[in-house]
Design a protein around this ligand. Structure first.
Ligand SMILES: [Zn+2]
Length: 88
């Protein structure tokens, strides 16, 4: 039995960002998830919103490379000069 109606979509989608941030109260969370179960439109919106937020929040920092890996990489790229500028 599919009890889904679209009348709550706009209302629930208004809480979506709070839901993604984990700031939504448990009752509304449950209601939202129940609705998402039966509403593909809202799931798409949720996924799109999540992806957008992930992009915005994705770490800007570059991963730390171990020194030897970095050295090998730099050598391969012929960037020794950048590694040891003082030795020139
Ligand atoms: Zn919906």
């Amino acid at each position: 039995m599919n009890e889904h109606t679209h009348k709550n979509c706009a209302e629930l989608l208004g809480s979506l960002s709070s839901y993604i941030d984990g700031e939504l109260n448990p009752e509304l969370c449950q209601e939202l998830e129940k609705h998402l179960d039966g509403c593909e439109d809202c799931r798409i919106v949720l996924n799109t919103t999540k992806r957008t937020i992930d992009l915005v929040h994705s770490p800007v920092e570059k991963p730390e490379l171990p020194d030897d890996v970095r050295e090998r990489l730099f050598k391969r790229l012929n960037l020794d000069d950048y590694l040891n500028p003082k030795l020139q």
